[in-house]
Design a protein around this ligand. Structure first.
Ligand code: AQP
Length: 344
């Protein structure tokens, strides 16, 4: 069966939106709206899989919404909303909890990293997080999912869940007139030179919201001086930049900065090395500061302006939630029939 092409993706309101979220995900969201119907979600149900201060969460939710708007997502043409306003996400996640296998979840590296050594004390929500993510995508029967490299494994699990649901309920899907498959196999869109932006302090670690050192990341709301200071202090090695991309491989910090520059410029690492190869890091870093400030400065200012108007932000979320729910409710009706639940 051919599925209507639709994009879905989400960002957690866990504070400190950073350059990795921007380059790995949000810039892709903006570009895709030219070609597809898109649904972009502030995934607050995911956020509470680790403790969130209830007095902070609304601010963080509005800040992610402001980032979507400031980066150029059109809330009239596309859907922007927060997950907890559409109960069907949690409802489908329960069905998927019963489709997904313990063995599949046990392989998820993000759970292992986030739960750390004290696994017994991690929330059950953190463990079943990938099942909820599958529900987020499939409740809209979305076909394309732009994400950073770190979400690749979860996307594969979403595909496995879709496949198993289609197989397990194959006869019922057919009997209800949905053909051979009810859910599509959502395709990850992970492209470009910055699908995994690394910490500015340690090229082996992903740039992350929860890293304690603020110098490890560039936040979208950082001012020009802070951006400049963080880039100047970013870890590098003593060698000049290489002329060829393959020579970046054993040099993770250099590779990271070149990838960031290429992604911000909309070019490739090879192009960046053609321009800066053989030169000193200090020259390259000055150019990177200028480019970062030029690209991120206006976004940060617009975000700061938008968060001053929570009434407007909340109206965007309310309108998006209503439109999202209309789509999700259709899917849930069908899922209930397929699974065999008696409904009104
Ligand atoms: N460092 C990164 N490079 C490229 N893409 C990234 N993403 C996150 N970090 C990077 C992508 O941003 C989108 C939203 O991520 P999220 O809010 O769901 O959080 P996360 O993936 O758990 O990563 P964070 O921001 O580092 O949060 P914490 O510290 O809480 O784990 C996703 O598409 C993600 O791939």
């Amino acid at each position: 069966m051919a599925f209507k092409e639709r994009v879905f993706s989400g960002v957690q309101p866990t504070g400190n939106l950073h350059l990795g979220n921007y380059l790995g995900a949000i810039t892709k969201f903006v570009a895709l709206q030219e070609r597809y119907d898109c649904i972009y979600c502030v995934v607050d149900l995911h956020a509470i899989t680790v403790w969130q201060d209830p007095s902070e969460l609304p601010r963080a939710t509005r800040e992610v919404t402001a980032a979507f708007l400031a980066c150029g997502i059109d809330p009239k043409k596309q859907i922007i909303f927060n997950q907890s306003q559409v109960a069907e996400h949690a409802e489908l996640a329960w069905v998927f909890n019963c489709v997904s296998r313990m063995g599949w979840l046990n392989r998820m590296t993000q759970f292992k990293e986030k739960a750390g050594k004290d696994r017994e004390n991690a929330s059950v929500g953190l463990y079943v997080y990938p099942n909820l993510m599958a529900a987020d995508i499939l409740v809209y029967r979305a076909t394309h999912v732009p994400v950073g490299e770190d979400q690749k494994q979860h996307l594969e699990l979403s595909r496995d869940i879709a496949q198993k649901f289609n197989n397990d309920f194959g006869a019922s899907i057919k009997a209800h007139g949905y053909g051979e498959a009810f859910f599509p196999q959502p395709e990850p869109l992970i492209q470009g030179p910055a699908t995994r932006v690394m910490s500015l302090r340690d090229g082996s670690k992903k740039m992350s919201k929860s890293e304690p050192s603020d110098y490890s990341r560039i936040n979208l709301t950082d001012d020009a001086d802070t951006i400049a200071q963080k880039i100047r202090k970013a870890k590098t090695d003593p060698e000049p930049l290489p002329g060829e991309e393959k020579d970046l491989q054993p040099r993770p910090e250099a590779d990271n900065l070149v990838g960031i520059y290429a992604a911000l410029k909309g070019s490739s690492k090879a192009d960046v090395l053609r321009e800066f190869g053989g030169g000193q890091f200090s020259t390259f870093k000055t150019a990177l500061v200028d480019l970062s400030v030029a690209k991120l400065g206006p976004i940060g200012s617009e975000m700061k302006k938008l968060v001053q108007d929570p009434v407007y932000i909340d109206s965007v979320l309310a309108d998006g939630s209503q439109r999202a729910q209309a789509l999700a409710a259709e899917t849930m009706k069908a899922v209930k029939d397929i699974v065999g639940f008696v409904r009104r």
